[in-house]
Design a protein around this ligand. Structure first.
Ligand code: HEC
Length: 243
């Protein structure tokens, strides 16, 4: 009897700590707290981009529900409530001026993976210093990952003598470094996308004329579509900072 009382009371303690912050209304509740790194780098790109906690329906890149993360805040405390059933993932991401997701840093919760989640249980997410900087987003979305740059620039081979594996290393091999393929040009000229070979490689296709880099990236490498090209351009023109 006393053992049971103990168990119940320790469960209650846990519950009081976690559920006192938000009250269940109608739909799921997600609470995001903790610290973020480099959130303010989005500010430097002007008003086109916003960091958000957002819920997306399956296959959709426009959020059903979202809350802005203030770019100046080092620690956040954001509650997303009243989430509809159509939401399949909740993500920590950046959206552009038409509210389209451009970078997703983390899936906070997947309803697909947790189909039996009780809506009365708040979903907690601790950001824990997560890097949400612009370059981190470009690196993880455009450069790293399956079918992207690593297979020719880093893992095993290094076309144009360029290794892009790792956030720091890729940055160091791109920004301010002389290009191998276009003499007199740099891979990334901070503040000048049009004269940055990286931007040209990511936007010029063979149909535009002979390519000095001998490989049509635009037609063959995944992810070089308009939104990403624009993000690359905005980042370079804003000074191509790492953080
Ligand atoms: C299938 C192989 C392949 C993939 C994948 C690939 N590249 Fe390349 N890349 C090349 C080749 C080949 C060259 C030209 C090398 C040469 O002409 O010496 C090149 C050249 C470049 C250059 C010019 C470098 C310089 O110094 O002139 C940049 C920048 C570049 N790639 C960026 C990327 C990025 C960013 C990605 C991923 C989005 C990527 N590449 C994916 C093969 C690839």
């Amino acid at each position: 009897m006393s053992a049971l009382a103990l168990t119940v009371s320790s469960c209650d303690d846990g519950d009081i700590k976690t559920s006192s912050a938000v009250t269940f209304k109608d739909g799921y509740v997600v609470k995001v707290t903790g610290s973020l790194a480099n959130a303010s780098s989005w500010n430097e790109l002007g008003k086109s981009y916003t960091l958000v906690v957002a819920g997306f329906a399956e296959g959709d890149s426009f959020p059903t529900i979202s809350k802005i993360i203030p770019p100046t805040s080092e620690s956040i405390d954001i509650t997303l409530s009243g989430m509809e059933n159509s939401v399949s993932t909740v993500e920590l991401c950046a959206i552009n001026s038409i509210y389209k997701r451009v970078v997703s840093y983390d899936t906070i919760f997947s309803f697909q993976d947790n189909p039996d989640w009780d809506p009365r249980d708040t979903i907690f997410y601790e950001a824990d210093g997560r890097d949400v900087g612009v370059y981190c987003g470009i690196y993880s979305k455009l450069i790293a990952g399956k079918g992207k740059c690593f297979r020719c620039h880093g893992e095993g081979s290094a076309a144009a003598d360029m290794h892009l594996v790792g956030k720091e290393r890729s940055y160091a091999e791109l920004v301010g470094v002389d290009a191998k393929t276009v003499s007199g040009s740099k891979r990334v000229v901070a503040g000048d996308a049009d004269n940055s070979v990286l931007y040209r490689v990511a936007t010029e296709a063979k149909t535009d004329g002979a390519l000095p880099w001998h490989y049509d990236h635009v037609s063959n490498v995944d992810g070089l579509e308009y939104n990403n090209q624009k993000l690359l351009r905005d980042w370079i023109n804003a000074g191509a900072k790492m953080n």
